[in-house]
Design a protein around this ligand. Structure first.
Ligand code: AVI
Length: 346
């Protein structure tokens, strides 16, 4: 058996989240079993997500592109020659290309860092893309932010951090401010910039449609978290044979928009009573992670909480600026006012 301390942190978190229902902001005294949302993004999850960004209902990507195109001059004006542009998280290459095109035409000596926990797909396409630009060079950095950020700091070049796609919406408010403060403290010098994409609060029907598309791609994306959990446990155990911790066929995706809090919550709901039996080979690790390796019974109708997508009020960028010590330099919206791109300066 593998040694008891050896579980990757994300699996440890997943096992704990499944075994022990917990309290989360915005759910009052209601406890939920949960899975860490980073588990959504394996190769299959990234492919599903890329499809989502093209769906007519998923307005976020289209709105962000619209804003980028309309405000590109202002954006580029804030990014000088010989500076670093750092993109956090898996962006869509469509967006990246628009920014790079403009920088390549108008600037020289730009180094573009793409940071992501997932190695393969994005970085491969980025390598292909890089051949097309003369004034922008590329560095793909794979790892968690904690691993990667120390490798970025220390240069005296001016920096622009891009945190697009409303990725900030996956964090609860304090976590988002804490994360951004960490970036500011560890990476940025005075006058460096952060550009943050934030989805806005709006008609709940528009938001519900964005997370319940007619083709069912969102459902595939959300259910894939279970397939990824199963394969992550299998590869941890080094087994050819696939382990099944949770069978995706026994769950349904359920999404709900909480208008009061301003966030969409994604759950997987058990279609019947489901028993989780931990593989004997990880029983010790499970005990170490959550005190017991007893079977877990998830009752029919019970929901596993997997993802949050916050939607932001008009005042949210100012509040974020106050909490992080940044200055809100610009707030750009699309014509329908669905989405905003905010430029902050240190
Ligand atoms: C990556 N993130 C900002 C997306 C969102 O809208 O919360 C993930 C997503 N989940 C379902 N559809 C898209």
């Amino acid at each position: 058996a593998a040694d008891a301390g050896g579980l990757p942190p994300v699996l440890r978190e997943a096992i704990r989240g499944l075994a022990t229902p917990q309290l989360f902001p915005g759910f009052g005294a209601e406890r939920h079993r949960s899975l860490p949302s980073v588990l959504l993004y394996d190769d299959a999850g990234l492919a599903h997500f890329d499809r989502i960004t093209f769906l007519p209902e998923y307005y976020l990507t289209g709105c962000e592109i619209e804003i980028l195109q309309a405000r590109m001059q202002e954006l580029v004006a804030g990014i000088p020659d010989n500076s670093d542009v750092i993109e956090l998280g898996c962006g869509s290459l469509r967006k990246t290309r628009i920014i790079l095109d403009a920088l390549d035409r108008q600037r020289s000596g730009i180094v573009y860092y793409a940071i992501d926990v997932m190695p393969a797909p994005l970085h491969q396409s980025l390598a292909e893309l890089s051949a097309q630009f003369r004034n922008v060079s590329f560095v793909a950095l794979c790892g968690t932010y904690d691993e990667v950020i120390p490798r970025l700091g220390g240069s005296a070049r001016q920096k622009t951090v891009l945190w697009l796609g409303s990725s900030i919406g996956g964090f609860h408010a304090e976590e988002a401010a804490g994360f951004l403060s960490g970036i500011v403290r560890r990476l940025l010098a005075p006058d460096d910039a952060v550009i943050v994409g934030m989805d806005r609060q709006k008609d709940p029907r528009v938001i519900m449609d964005a997370y319940h598309d007619a083709q069912g791609v969102t459902e595939l994306f959300e259910l894939n978290i279970l397939a990824h959990l199963n394969s992550a446990v299998s590869s941890y155990l080094g087994k050819q044979q696939q382990q099944t911790i949770l069978d995706p066929g026994q769950f349904a995706y359920v999404g709900h928009y909480d208008e009061e809090v301003g966030r969409h919550n994604a759950f997987l709901e058990a279609r019947r009573d489901v028993t989780v039996r931990w593989p004997r080979a990880i029983a010790a690790q499970v005990r170490e992670a959550c005190g017991s390796d007893a079977d877990i019974v998830i009752r029919r109708g019970e929901r596993i909480y997997i993802e949050t997508s916050y939607k932001f009020s008009d005042s949210a960028p100012e509040v974020l600026a106050q909490r992080t010590g940044l200055v809100l330099a610009a707030k750009w919206a699309d014509p329908r006012d669905y989405y905003m791109l905010c430029a902050f300066r240190k």
